[in-house]
Write a protein that binds this ligand. Structure first.
Ligand code: GH3
Ligand code: MG
Ligand code: MG
Ligand code: MG
Length: 287
């Protein structure tokens, strides 16, 4: 795991970091709460914070509290509070400040690793829950709700950077189901998802055979190229299912987010464009 340790004593830090690194963890030591917090805010991949409650400047209690407020993580940070003072009084206070668990200082290595194993179990459950809540099981893309959440967040923080939305819908999909069966249809849905899952976009499955993307792009010609790239990625090669190679095409509608517009309304405009693409014969883009 990736672990941040905060303790006022450089000696304690050195010992703990050696102990943690020897056990295969990646550890970062800080002598103040301010520095530890800065690391946690900028590095969302940290799993665990082990903090002494007695820090100069920002206290360990404040650090616990700030972590809960400041680090907007999809995945929770596990906080292990460490104190040499009257353990029981401080325990309640530390937990109320947002700590998950508590260990005496200096920590007994066996106890420390047992508590870190508990943290690991917690983190794994958390990851599974986040995945179940946000991902579509068939394609692994964001599900409808998570797509809108991520897309709106991206849109809110876009600043001067323009953003566009795209809707892609598989053409004549009912025929694919009717001709090749529902299982093959599912395989087509998954294969199309893989082909349109652009690395630098928020991508979701928002309907049965309907996908939506948000890209950081405002130039109409580039948006059209992105959309046509998706169209070709799907249409150029038939989808190989367990039984047959199925030719598949998509139609795409696009819209550029206007200032103050939400993803939801822009997507409605993209959907209207998609409808026109279908009317015009499918396997095409309407911007
Ligand atoms: P169009 O070109 O106008 O989009 O025609 P279409 O046949 O694709 O029409 P429509 O979008 O209305 O059809 C979607 C069909 O997708 C209807 C539904 O039976 C099927 N479908 C929805 N979800 C799933 C799924 O998870 N798996 C499979 N196999 N089929 C699905
Ligand atoms: Mg349709
Ligand atoms: Mg369709
Ligand atoms: Mg559809």
């Amino acid at each position: 795991m990736r672990i941040v340790v905060a303790d006022a004593s450089r000696v304690v830090l050195k010992i703990m970091i050696k102990l943690l690194t020897d056990h295969g963890h990646v550890a970062f030591g800080f002598t103040t709460g301010e520095e530890a917090l800065a690391k946690l805010v900028e590095d969302p991949s940290v799993d665990v914070l082990i903090t002494s409650l007695e820090l100069s400047g920002m206290s360990g209690f404040e650090l616990c509290w700030e972590c809960r407020v400041m680090t907007k993580r999809e995945q929770q940070l596990y906080i292990l509070a460490m104190s040499s003072l009257a353990a029981h009084e401080r325990l309640a206070e530390a937990l109320d400040s947002g700590a998950d668990d508590f260990i005496g200082k200096p920590p007994n290595p066996e106890e420390l690793f047992a508590r870190l194993r508990a943290a690991e179990r917690f983190a794994m459950t958390q990851r599974q829950l986040v995945r179940l809540a946000t991902r579509d099981t068939l394609t692994g893309l964001l599900n409808r709700r998570a797509f809108f959440e991520s897309a709106e967040t991206l849109a809110e923080r876009r600043g001067d950077q323009p953003v566009a939305v795209l809707i892609a819908d598989i053409d004549w999909f009912k025929r694919i189901n009717d001709t090749h069966g529902h299982d093959a249809g599912d395989q087509v849905i998954a294969a199309v998802a893989e082909r349109i899952n652009l690395a630098d976009a928020v991508v979701g499955r928002i309907g049965g055979e309907e996908y939506a993307l948000v890209v950081r792009e405002g130039r109409p010609s580039r948006i059209w190229e992105i959309a046509d790239g998706l169209r070709r990625a799907v249409g150029d090669t038939p989808v190989q299912t367990s039984l047959s190679a199925i030719p598949v095409t998509i139609s795409v509608g696009t819209a550029i987010l206007q200032p103050d517009e939400t993803v939801d309304t822009a997507l409605r405009r993209a959907d209207a464009a998609l409808y026109m693409a279908k009317r015009a014969g499918r396997n095409r883009i309407v911007a």
